[in-house]
Design a protein around this ligand. Structure first.
Ligand code: BGP
Length: 486
């Protein structure tokens, strides 16, 4: 009889912590030789809750280049982590963080993306950040590309639409692996690689004048270039630093059929395949068959070189990292974006509550997702983003009573623990935005996720002072008890 003991809780070396991205925290957009990035030419949302991250054109980029201020471009100012990193990491250490996820801004290392020699000041900034982490026993978890690239590569070759970008990227990654060998143990190649089908933020390519079919062609071709670049980076990483681990990163949204009608079940299955297609490639090392049909029906003809398939096969990842915020439902009536996996769309699920931004909160969906992905892939999983964006209020005595955030996180951690008991191998849990930061989708400051409040408003006004919220002490307790005290 099968009689292995069931795990009772999180592993001893479970990586508790938080996750950020360079373009949402650093600021210092034009300091120490850094080049302009694609994230820094995206205007903030015109209206509250609007999505702005993919709305660019040649004209809007030209306008952004001419504008030397950060007024319309909040990702140029972030929360000034560049000058506050010591204070911020100290606060993370106080909460007991075991891991801290940041991304490296490619344009700090290679300002134009295509230089031979790296910018020493850029490398040095991250040297300092990593050594500050290690001082407290915090393991850096590093995303190599998080929703940005040097803008020059957009202007010169339309970003990832060009195959040339693979070479630029692998020169960058080789530089990182050589320089941070023995310093960074956990790497990830592309943040939420499935967001590439949404456009500019993922592709770095301007395609606003193309029709839907042309957009699909461009974006999936750009994605193919990223798959190859990612696989090459995995191989470099393994060769340069055999002790390091390198993963892929997916925005996971659990998908349910709206009804038990098999037509709806099939629609949801397709939706789920379109979400897991990316990890099928990066974990299993080949394009899944179901995409052949999908490409044909959507007029996509990928251009591949002879050894691409072998590169992808030889560059499978060590672990699968993912973000998880919500679930969605699908029926035959759903009208998801033609070629996007619509992880932010879907229909209303009557059993779930939504965040102020309409994201459907579903802790059990996290357990389901963990089980499904573990069954499908059999590689360690890593939750590298989860959290609740909310409009917090700083009281007159500088408190933030964010019990709603504690509730959200508690429920997700509980479900994660159930998944571990189900037998899922889980490396860690990083909440999104442990310190308030600029929202990726809207560029708002007022969509806050942190345990630490940052005094800055949507217009960039404020002292930038940091204040602990109620959730700060709560998370500290969670980590100290390895997830037992929730
Ligand atoms: C993920 C991104 C992050 C992030 C988070 C929250 O999709 O990887 O960069 O910001 O979502 O999204 P938002 O900032 O839009 O609330």
């Amino acid at each position: 009889m099968y009689s292995k003991n069931m795990p009772t809780g999180f592993a001893k070396d479970f990586l508790w912590g938080g996750a950020t991205a360079a373009n949402q925290i650093e600021g210092a957009w034009n300091e120490d030789g850094k080049g302009l990035t694609t994230a820094e030419v995206v205007k903030k949302a015109a209206t509250h809750h609007d999505l702005s991250m993919n709305t660019v054109s040649q004209e809007s980029i030209a306008e952004a280049i001419a504008d030397k201020t950060d007024e319309m471009y909040p990702k140029r100012r972030g929360i000034d982590f560049y000058h506050h990193y010591q204070e911020d990491i100290k606060l993370f250490a106080e909460m007991g963080f075991k891991a801290f996820r940041i991304s490296i801004a490619w344009a700090r290392i290679f300002p134009k993306g295509d230089e031979k020699e790296p910018n020493a000041a850029g490398l040095e900034f991250y040297d300092k950040v990593f050594s500050e982490c290690h001082k407290y026993g915090i393991e850096p978890v590093v995303t190599i590309s998080h929703y940005e690239m040097p803008l020059n590569l957009t202007l010169k070759q339309n970003g990832w639409a060009s195959r040339q970008t693979i070479d630029n990227f692998t020169h960058y990654t080789e530089t990182l692996f050589q320089h941070y060998k023995g310093v960074v143990k956990y790497w990830m190649t592309f943040n939420e690689i499935n967001a590439i089908t949404g456009g500019f933020t993922g592709t770095g390519a301007v395609d606003n004048e193309l029709n839907l079919e042309q957009k699909a062609q461009l974006r999936f071709q750009a994605l193919h270039h990223q798959f190859v670049a990612s696989a090459l980076a995995v191989q470099q990483c393994h060769a340069i630093d055999p002790n390091a681990k390198i993963g892929c990163m997916l925005a996971r949204a659990q998908n349910y059929p709206k009804t038990p009608n098999p037509k709806d079940v099939r629609a949801a299955q397709l939706q789920d395949q379109l979400n897991l297609f990316y990890t099928d490639v990066q974990v299993r090392g080949e394009y899944p068959e179901y995409m052949n049909r999908y490409f044909q029906e959507n007029g996509v003809a990928l251009q591949m070189q002879a050894d691409d398939e072998q590169i992808i096969k030889n560059g499978t990842v060590d672990y699968l990292a993912f973000s998880y915020y919500m679930s969605s439902i699908t029926s035959t009536d759903s009208k998801p974006e033609k070629f996007a996996d619509s992880f932010m769309a879907g229909e209303k699920n009557p059993y779930l509550e939504t965040s102020d931004w309409g994201w459907q909160i579903d802790p059990i969906g996290l357990r389901i997702s963990l089980n499904e992905m573990w069954d499908r892939y059999r590689v360690p999983l890593f939750v590298v983003e989860n959290g609740l964006g909310a409009e917090d209020k700083l009281t007159d005595d500088y408190q933030v009573h964010d019990s709603y955030r504690i509730d959200y996180l508690r429920q997700h951690i509980q479900q994660m623990k159930e998944a571990v008991k189900d037998g899922v191998q889980l490396m860690g849990y990083l909440t999104w935005g442990p310190i308030d930061l600029i929202s990726a989708s809207t560029s708002e400051m007022s969509k806050r996720y942190g345990f630490i409040y940052v005094d800055q408003d949507d217009a960039g006004q404020g002292t930038l002072k940091r204040y602990k919220k109620d959730s700060f002490d709560w998370y500290k307790k969670v980590i100290a008890s390895n997830g037992e005290e929730l």
